[in-house]
Design a protein around this ligand. Structure first.
Ligand SMILES: Cc1cc2nc3c(=O)[nH]c(=O)nc-3n(C[C@H](O)[C@H](O)[C@H](O)COP(=O)(O)OP(=O)(O)OC[C@H]3O[C@@H](n4cnc5c(N)ncnc54)[C@H](O)[C@@H]3O)c2cc1C
Length: 394
Protein backbone atom coordinates (compact mmCIF):
# COMPACT_ATOMS: atom_id res chain seq x y z
CA UNK A 1 0.00 0.00 0.00
CA UNK A 2 1.17 3.53 -0.72
CA UNK A 3 0.27 6.10 1.91
CA UNK A 4 -0.56 9.72 1.20
CA UNK A 5 1.55 10.94 4.12
CA UNK A 6 3.88 9.26 6.63
CA UNK A 7 4.45 11.14 9.89
CA UNK A 8 7.63 10.17 11.75
CA UNK A 9 7.36 10.76 15.51
CA UNK A 10 3.94 10.68 17.15
CA UNK A 11 4.71 13.03 20.03
CA UNK A 12 3.32 16.52 20.56
CA UNK A 13 3.59 17.78 16.97
CA UNK A 14 3.26 14.47 15.16
CA UNK A 15 0.04 13.44 16.89
CA UNK A 16 -1.53 16.80 15.96
CA UNK A 17 -0.32 16.44 12.36
CA UNK A 18 -1.79 12.93 12.12
CA UNK A 19 -5.19 14.26 13.20
CA UNK A 20 -5.20 17.27 10.90
CA UNK A 21 -4.14 15.16 7.92
CA UNK A 22 -6.57 12.32 8.62
CA UNK A 23 -9.53 14.69 9.00
CA UNK A 24 -8.71 16.04 5.52
CA UNK A 25 -9.16 12.53 4.15
CA UNK A 26 -5.46 11.74 3.77
CA UNK A 27 -4.29 8.13 4.19
CA UNK A 28 -1.90 8.70 7.09
CA UNK A 29 0.66 6.41 8.70
CA UNK A 30 2.16 7.67 11.99
CA UNK A 31 5.33 5.91 13.15
CA UNK A 32 6.55 6.18 16.74
CA UNK A 33 9.64 4.47 18.18
CA UNK A 34 8.40 4.42 21.81
CA UNK A 35 4.89 4.21 23.33
CA UNK A 36 2.12 6.79 22.89
CA UNK A 37 2.63 8.77 25.03
CA UNK A 38 6.03 8.18 26.65
CA UNK A 39 8.62 9.87 28.85
CA UNK A 40 11.70 9.80 26.63
CA UNK A 41 11.29 12.96 24.53
CA UNK A 42 10.14 16.55 25.01
CA UNK A 43 6.45 16.41 25.88
CA UNK A 44 6.16 14.54 29.19
CA UNK A 45 5.76 16.04 32.67
CA UNK A 46 1.96 16.55 32.55
CA UNK A 47 1.69 20.23 31.56
CA UNK A 48 3.09 23.02 29.39
CA UNK A 49 2.52 26.77 29.62
CA UNK A 50 0.38 28.60 27.09
CA UNK A 51 0.54 32.42 27.09
CA UNK A 52 -0.44 35.14 24.64
CA UNK A 53 1.84 38.19 25.23
CA UNK A 54 4.71 36.50 23.46
CA UNK A 55 8.03 38.10 24.42
CA UNK A 56 10.10 35.87 22.11
CA UNK A 57 8.66 37.47 18.95
CA UNK A 58 5.34 39.15 18.35
CA UNK A 59 4.91 37.22 15.08
CA UNK A 60 3.91 34.17 17.14
CA UNK A 61 0.72 35.85 18.41
CA UNK A 62 -1.52 35.17 15.37
CA UNK A 63 -0.40 31.53 15.51
CA UNK A 64 -1.30 31.47 19.19
CA UNK A 65 -4.84 32.71 18.53
CA UNK A 66 -5.31 29.86 16.07
CA UNK A 67 -3.64 27.44 18.50
CA UNK A 68 -6.26 28.30 21.13
CA UNK A 69 -9.08 27.70 18.62
CA UNK A 70 -7.68 24.33 17.63
CA UNK A 71 -7.07 23.24 21.24
CA UNK A 72 -10.76 23.93 21.88
CA UNK A 73 -11.61 22.06 18.68
CA UNK A 74 -9.66 19.03 19.93
CA UNK A 75 -11.43 19.29 23.30
CA UNK A 76 -14.83 19.31 21.59
CA UNK A 77 -13.86 16.42 19.33
CA UNK A 78 -12.43 14.17 22.03
CA UNK A 79 -14.23 15.28 25.20
CA UNK A 80 -10.86 15.67 26.95
CA UNK A 81 -9.90 18.74 28.99
CA UNK A 82 -6.72 19.99 27.37
CA UNK A 83 -6.56 23.67 28.38
CA UNK A 84 -6.69 25.05 31.91
CA UNK A 85 -6.88 28.83 32.30
CA UNK A 86 -4.87 30.28 35.19
CA UNK A 87 -3.69 33.63 33.81
CA UNK A 88 -0.01 34.23 33.01
CA UNK A 89 2.59 36.40 34.73
CA UNK A 90 5.63 37.35 32.60
CA UNK A 91 8.38 39.68 33.77
CA UNK A 92 11.36 40.56 35.90
CA UNK A 93 13.51 43.71 35.79
CA UNK A 94 11.69 46.51 33.98
CA UNK A 95 14.37 46.88 31.31
CA UNK A 96 14.65 43.14 30.61
CA UNK A 97 13.55 41.79 27.19
CA UNK A 98 11.15 39.37 28.89
CA UNK A 99 8.99 42.14 30.39
CA UNK A 100 9.52 44.57 27.50
CA UNK A 101 8.77 41.90 24.90
CA UNK A 102 5.62 40.69 26.64
CA UNK A 103 4.39 44.28 27.00
CA UNK A 104 5.14 45.15 23.36
CA UNK A 105 3.35 42.00 22.23
CA UNK A 106 0.28 42.72 24.35
CA UNK A 107 0.09 46.32 23.08
CA UNK A 108 0.77 45.54 19.43
CA UNK A 109 -1.94 42.89 19.31
CA UNK A 110 -4.41 44.86 21.43
CA UNK A 111 -4.87 42.11 24.00
CA UNK A 112 -6.37 42.73 27.43
CA UNK A 113 -3.56 42.83 29.98
CA UNK A 114 -2.40 44.51 33.18
CA UNK A 115 1.04 45.78 34.12
CA UNK A 116 1.79 44.94 37.75
CA UNK A 117 4.68 45.72 40.08
CA UNK A 118 6.25 42.94 42.10
CA UNK A 119 4.38 44.23 45.15
CA UNK A 120 1.05 44.01 43.32
CA UNK A 121 1.80 40.47 42.08
CA UNK A 122 2.64 39.39 45.64
CA UNK A 123 -0.58 40.88 46.99
CA UNK A 124 -2.80 39.39 44.32
CA UNK A 125 -1.11 35.99 44.18
CA UNK A 126 0.33 35.32 47.65
CA UNK A 127 2.22 32.21 46.49
CA UNK A 128 4.63 34.62 44.76
CA UNK A 129 7.44 36.58 46.45
CA UNK A 130 8.76 38.89 43.76
CA UNK A 131 11.16 41.82 43.99
CA UNK A 132 8.80 44.76 44.70
CA UNK A 133 10.42 46.84 41.93
CA UNK A 134 10.08 44.17 39.24
CA UNK A 135 7.48 44.59 36.47
CA UNK A 136 5.09 42.00 35.10
CA UNK A 137 2.49 41.59 32.38
CA UNK A 138 -0.54 39.72 33.72
CA UNK A 139 -2.71 38.26 30.96
CA UNK A 140 -5.86 36.43 31.92
CA UNK A 141 -6.02 33.91 29.04
CA UNK A 142 -2.72 32.29 30.00
CA UNK A 143 -2.67 28.83 31.48
CA UNK A 144 -1.52 25.32 30.80
CA UNK A 145 -2.00 22.63 28.19
CA UNK A 146 -2.24 19.06 29.50
CA UNK A 147 0.58 17.88 27.26
CA UNK A 148 0.51 14.10 27.63
CA UNK A 149 -3.28 14.01 27.58
CA UNK A 150 -3.21 16.12 24.41
CA UNK A 151 -1.02 13.56 22.65
CA UNK A 152 -3.52 10.87 23.61
CA UNK A 153 -6.42 13.04 22.43
CA UNK A 154 -4.76 13.89 19.10
CA UNK A 155 -3.78 10.26 18.49
CA UNK A 156 -7.30 9.04 19.30
CA UNK A 157 -8.87 11.70 17.07
CA UNK A 158 -6.46 10.80 14.26
CA UNK A 159 -7.31 7.10 14.47
CA UNK A 160 -11.03 7.87 14.64
CA UNK A 161 -10.58 9.86 11.41
CA UNK A 162 -8.87 6.88 9.74
CA UNK A 163 -5.15 7.27 10.50
CA UNK A 164 -2.97 4.23 11.16
CA UNK A 165 -0.51 4.70 14.02
CA UNK A 166 2.24 2.20 14.78
CA UNK A 167 4.25 2.53 18.00
CA UNK A 168 7.43 0.71 19.00
CA UNK A 169 8.58 0.96 15.42
CA UNK A 170 11.73 2.97 14.88
CA UNK A 171 12.43 4.76 11.62
CA UNK A 172 15.97 3.97 10.52
CA UNK A 173 16.11 6.08 7.38
CA UNK A 174 14.21 7.71 4.53
CA UNK A 175 14.79 8.51 0.91
CA UNK A 176 13.05 11.12 -1.17
CA UNK A 177 12.75 10.73 -4.89
CA UNK A 178 14.67 13.54 -6.63
CA UNK A 179 11.71 14.19 -8.95
CA UNK A 180 9.87 15.72 -5.96
CA UNK A 181 7.36 12.86 -5.97
CA UNK A 182 7.32 10.13 -3.34
CA UNK A 183 9.33 8.92 -0.36
CA UNK A 184 10.49 5.58 1.01
CA UNK A 185 10.74 5.08 4.78
CA UNK A 186 12.67 2.20 6.31
CA UNK A 187 11.94 1.06 9.89
CA UNK A 188 13.21 -1.74 12.11
CA UNK A 189 10.12 -3.71 11.02
CA UNK A 190 9.20 -2.76 7.46
CA UNK A 191 9.60 -0.46 4.45
CA UNK A 192 6.86 1.98 3.46
CA UNK A 193 6.13 4.23 0.48
CA UNK A 194 4.20 7.50 0.53
CA UNK A 195 3.65 10.61 -1.54
CA UNK A 196 4.76 12.95 1.29
CA UNK A 197 6.75 12.73 4.51
CA UNK A 198 6.42 14.79 7.71
CA UNK A 199 9.34 14.59 10.14
CA UNK A 200 8.34 15.49 13.69
CA UNK A 201 11.06 13.60 15.56
CA UNK A 202 11.64 16.16 18.34
CA UNK A 203 15.13 15.85 19.84
CA UNK A 204 16.00 13.17 17.24
CA UNK A 205 15.42 15.50 14.25
CA UNK A 206 19.12 15.92 13.45
CA UNK A 207 19.58 12.14 13.49
CA UNK A 208 17.02 11.84 10.69
CA UNK A 209 17.92 15.07 8.85
CA UNK A 210 21.68 15.60 8.72
CA UNK A 211 21.36 19.18 7.47
CA UNK A 212 19.91 20.03 10.90
CA UNK A 213 23.03 18.91 12.77
CA UNK A 214 24.21 21.86 14.80
CA UNK A 215 20.92 23.64 14.02
CA UNK A 216 18.43 21.55 16.07
CA UNK A 217 20.43 20.71 19.18
CA UNK A 218 19.04 18.63 22.07
CA UNK A 219 19.55 19.94 25.60
CA UNK A 220 18.88 18.22 28.93
CA UNK A 221 16.26 19.87 31.15
CA UNK A 222 15.01 19.03 34.65
CA UNK A 223 11.59 19.72 36.17
CA UNK A 224 10.85 19.68 39.90
CA UNK A 225 7.57 19.27 41.82
CA UNK A 226 7.61 20.45 45.46
CA UNK A 227 5.07 20.20 48.25
CA UNK A 228 3.45 23.60 48.85
CA UNK A 229 3.62 24.71 52.50
CA UNK A 230 0.32 26.51 51.78
CA UNK A 231 -1.49 24.36 49.21
CA UNK A 232 -4.42 26.80 48.90
CA UNK A 233 -2.08 29.34 47.29
CA UNK A 234 -0.96 26.98 44.53
CA UNK A 235 -4.23 25.95 42.91
CA UNK A 236 -5.00 26.83 39.25
CA UNK A 237 -7.57 29.36 40.55
CA UNK A 238 -5.02 31.25 42.68
CA UNK A 239 -1.67 30.69 41.04
CA UNK A 240 -1.05 31.88 37.45
CA UNK A 241 1.65 30.24 35.35
CA UNK A 242 4.81 32.36 35.21
CA UNK A 243 7.92 33.20 33.20
CA UNK A 244 10.34 35.03 35.48
CA UNK A 245 13.67 36.61 34.59
CA UNK A 246 15.50 36.34 37.91
CA UNK A 247 19.13 37.03 38.86
CA UNK A 248 19.70 33.28 38.68
CA UNK A 249 18.31 32.91 35.14
CA UNK A 250 14.96 32.51 33.42
CA UNK A 251 12.48 30.25 35.18
CA UNK A 252 8.91 29.09 34.59
CA UNK A 253 6.31 27.43 36.77
CA UNK A 254 2.81 26.06 37.23
CA UNK A 255 0.15 25.57 39.89
CA UNK A 256 -0.50 22.09 41.27
CA UNK A 257 -2.21 20.13 38.51
CA UNK A 258 -3.01 16.42 38.09
CA UNK A 259 0.05 15.20 40.05
CA UNK A 260 1.10 16.46 43.48
CA UNK A 261 3.32 19.51 43.74
CA UNK A 262 4.15 23.03 42.61
CA UNK A 263 6.09 22.50 39.37
CA UNK A 264 8.88 24.69 38.04
CA UNK A 265 12.03 24.61 35.93
CA UNK A 266 14.89 26.72 34.61
CA UNK A 267 15.36 27.45 30.91
CA UNK A 268 18.60 25.85 29.69
CA UNK A 269 18.90 24.20 33.10
CA UNK A 270 22.66 23.46 33.26
CA UNK A 271 23.46 24.09 29.60
CA UNK A 272 24.04 20.39 28.86
CA UNK A 273 23.75 19.72 25.13
CA UNK A 274 24.21 16.24 23.66
CA UNK A 275 22.78 13.96 20.98
CA UNK A 276 19.32 12.80 22.07
CA UNK A 277 20.50 9.21 22.25
CA UNK A 278 23.15 10.19 24.82
CA UNK A 279 20.83 12.20 27.08
CA UNK A 280 21.37 11.55 30.80
CA UNK A 281 17.94 10.75 32.22
CA UNK A 282 18.83 10.39 35.88
CA UNK A 283 18.63 13.46 38.12
CA UNK A 284 21.31 14.38 40.69
CA UNK A 285 21.68 16.57 43.76
CA UNK A 286 23.04 19.50 41.74
CA UNK A 287 19.88 19.53 39.59
CA UNK A 288 17.71 19.54 42.68
CA UNK A 289 19.68 22.20 44.56
CA UNK A 290 19.68 24.57 41.58
CA UNK A 291 15.88 24.40 41.40
CA UNK A 292 15.16 24.38 45.12
CA UNK A 293 17.36 27.47 45.74
CA UNK A 294 15.26 29.38 43.22
CA UNK A 295 12.02 28.10 44.74
CA UNK A 296 13.04 29.07 48.27
CA UNK A 297 13.84 32.61 47.17
CA UNK A 298 10.87 33.43 44.95
CA UNK A 299 8.13 30.98 45.97
CA UNK A 300 8.88 30.06 49.61
CA UNK A 301 5.28 29.07 50.33
CA UNK A 302 5.48 26.53 47.51
CA UNK A 303 8.88 25.03 48.12
CA UNK A 304 8.46 22.32 50.73
CA UNK A 305 9.76 18.80 50.31
CA UNK A 306 10.62 17.51 46.86
CA UNK A 307 7.89 15.31 45.39
CA UNK A 308 9.31 14.54 41.94
CA UNK A 309 12.18 15.35 39.59
CA UNK A 310 12.17 14.48 35.90
CA UNK A 311 14.57 14.97 33.02
CA UNK A 312 13.29 16.02 29.59
CA UNK A 313 14.79 17.48 26.38
CA UNK A 314 14.65 20.84 24.62
CA UNK A 315 15.71 20.98 20.96
CA UNK A 316 17.28 24.40 20.44
CA UNK A 317 17.88 26.32 17.24
CA UNK A 318 20.55 29.06 17.20
CA UNK A 319 17.93 31.87 17.32
CA UNK A 320 15.50 29.87 19.50
CA UNK A 321 12.74 30.11 16.91
CA UNK A 322 11.06 27.04 15.46
CA UNK A 323 11.81 25.27 12.19
CA UNK A 324 8.71 24.70 10.04
CA UNK A 325 9.48 24.24 6.38
CA UNK A 326 9.75 21.98 3.38
CA UNK A 327 13.10 20.25 3.04
CA UNK A 328 15.21 22.55 0.82
CA UNK A 329 16.03 19.74 -1.60
CA UNK A 330 12.89 17.62 -1.38
CA UNK A 331 9.65 19.60 -1.36
CA UNK A 332 7.63 16.45 -0.58
CA UNK A 333 9.37 16.28 2.82
CA UNK A 334 8.29 18.66 5.59
CA UNK A 335 10.44 19.37 8.63
CA UNK A 336 9.03 20.46 11.99
CA UNK A 337 11.19 21.30 14.98
CA UNK A 338 9.03 23.58 17.10
CA UNK A 339 10.80 23.56 20.42
CA UNK A 340 13.62 25.73 21.83
CA UNK A 341 11.73 25.21 25.07
CA UNK A 342 8.53 26.99 24.03
CA UNK A 343 6.87 24.90 21.34
CA UNK A 344 4.25 22.76 23.00
CA UNK A 345 1.49 25.36 23.17
CA UNK A 346 1.64 25.54 19.35
CA UNK A 347 1.14 21.80 18.69
CA UNK A 348 -2.46 22.30 17.64
CA UNK A 349 -1.69 24.97 15.03
CA UNK A 350 1.54 23.27 13.95
CA UNK A 351 -0.58 20.22 13.12
CA UNK A 352 -2.70 22.40 10.85
CA UNK A 353 0.34 24.02 9.21
CA UNK A 354 1.96 20.63 8.57
CA UNK A 355 -1.27 19.46 6.96
CA UNK A 356 -1.29 22.62 4.80
CA UNK A 357 2.31 22.06 3.68
CA UNK A 358 1.67 18.43 2.70
CA UNK A 359 -1.69 18.68 0.97
CA UNK A 360 -3.21 20.70 -1.87
CA UNK A 361 -0.80 23.25 -3.34
CA UNK A 362 1.41 23.04 -0.24
CA UNK A 363 0.72 26.59 0.84
CA UNK A 364 -0.44 27.76 4.25
CA UNK A 365 -2.43 30.86 5.14
CA UNK A 366 -0.34 31.18 8.32
CA UNK A 367 2.60 33.57 8.27
CA UNK A 368 5.54 31.25 8.98
CA UNK A 369 8.24 33.14 7.07
CA UNK A 370 10.11 33.76 10.32
CA UNK A 371 10.20 30.00 10.96
CA UNK A 372 11.49 28.94 7.53
CA UNK A 373 15.00 27.62 7.02
CA UNK A 374 16.04 30.51 4.76
CA UNK A 375 15.57 33.14 7.46
CA UNK A 376 18.76 35.00 8.32
CA UNK A 377 20.74 33.03 10.86
CA UNK A 378 23.93 33.42 12.86
CA UNK A 379 25.86 32.31 9.78
CA UNK A 380 24.38 35.30 7.90
CA UNK A 381 23.32 33.55 4.70
CA UNK A 382 20.56 31.46 6.30
CA UNK A 383 19.81 29.41 9.38
CA UNK A 384 21.31 26.27 7.88
CA UNK A 385 24.18 27.86 5.95
CA UNK A 386 25.32 26.68 2.53
CA UNK A 387 23.44 23.53 1.68
CA UNK A 388 25.86 22.23 -0.91
CA UNK A 389 28.28 21.02 1.73
CA UNK A 390 25.65 19.08 3.61
CA UNK A 391 24.38 15.58 3.14
CA UNK A 392 20.62 15.67 2.98
CA UNK A 393 19.30 12.16 3.55
CA UNK A 394 20.47 9.11 5.43
C1 LIG B 1 11.15 20.54 30.56
C2 LIG B 1 10.42 21.18 29.41
C3 LIG B 1 9.54 22.22 29.65
C4 LIG B 1 8.87 22.83 28.59
N1 LIG B 1 7.95 23.82 28.86
C5 LIG B 1 7.19 24.31 27.86
C6 LIG B 1 6.12 25.18 28.14
O1 LIG B 1 5.84 25.49 29.31
N2 LIG B 1 5.37 25.64 27.11
C7 LIG B 1 5.62 25.27 25.82
O2 LIG B 1 4.90 25.74 24.93
N3 LIG B 1 6.64 24.43 25.51
C8 LIG B 1 7.41 23.94 26.50
N4 LIG B 1 8.41 23.04 26.22
C9 LIG B 1 8.70 22.69 24.84
C10 LIG B 1 7.75 21.64 24.31
O3 LIG B 1 7.54 20.64 25.28
C11 LIG B 1 8.29 21.09 23.00
O4 LIG B 1 8.31 22.16 22.10
C12 LIG B 1 7.43 19.96 22.45
O5 LIG B 1 7.27 18.95 23.41
C13 LIG B 1 8.09 19.39 21.19
O6 LIG B 1 7.23 18.40 20.65
P1 LIG B 1 7.78 17.41 19.53
O7 LIG B 1 6.61 16.74 18.95
O8 LIG B 1 8.71 18.16 18.63
O9 LIG B 1 8.71 16.37 20.35
P2 LIG B 1 8.23 14.98 21.09
O10 LIG B 1 6.92 15.18 21.76
O11 LIG B 1 9.40 14.54 21.85
O12 LIG B 1 7.95 14.05 19.85
C14 LIG B 1 8.96 13.56 19.00
C15 LIG B 1 8.64 12.11 18.78
O13 LIG B 1 9.41 11.55 17.74
C16 LIG B 1 9.68 10.22 18.10
N5 LIG B 1 10.82 9.75 17.29
C17 LIG B 1 12.06 10.29 17.27
N6 LIG B 1 12.84 9.61 16.42
C18 LIG B 1 12.07 8.62 15.89
C19 LIG B 1 12.34 7.57 14.96
N7 LIG B 1 13.56 7.40 14.41
N8 LIG B 1 11.35 6.73 14.64
C20 LIG B 1 10.10 6.88 15.20
N9 LIG B 1 9.80 7.84 16.10
C21 LIG B 1 10.78 8.71 16.43
C22 LIG B 1 9.99 10.32 19.57
O14 LIG B 1 9.96 9.08 20.23
C23 LIG B 1 8.91 11.27 20.03
O15 LIG B 1 7.73 10.62 20.44
C24 LIG B 1 9.11 22.41 27.26
C25 LIG B 1 10.01 21.35 27.02
C26 LIG B 1 10.65 20.73 28.08
C27 LIG B 1 11.58 19.60 27.80
Amino acid sequence: MTWDVIVVGVGGMGSAACWQLARRGQRVLGLERFDIPHSMGSSHGVSRIIRLPYYENQAYVPLLHRAYELWHDAERTTGATLLVTTGSVDGGPEDDPLFQGALASARLHGMAHEVLTGTEVNERFPGYRMDPAARFVFQQQGGLVASERAIVAHANAAMAAGATIRARERVLGWEAHPSGEGVTVRTDKDTYHAARLVLTAGPWMADLVPLLRGVAVPERQVLIWTQPRHPALFTPERFPVFNLQAEEGRYYGFPVYEVPGFKFGRYHHRGETMPAEAMRRDVDAEDETLLRDFGHRYFPAGTGDTLALRACMFTNTPDEHFILDNHPQYPQVVLASPCSGHGYKFCSVVGEILADLTTGDGRTRHDIGFLRLDRPGPRAESLIGPLAARQSTL
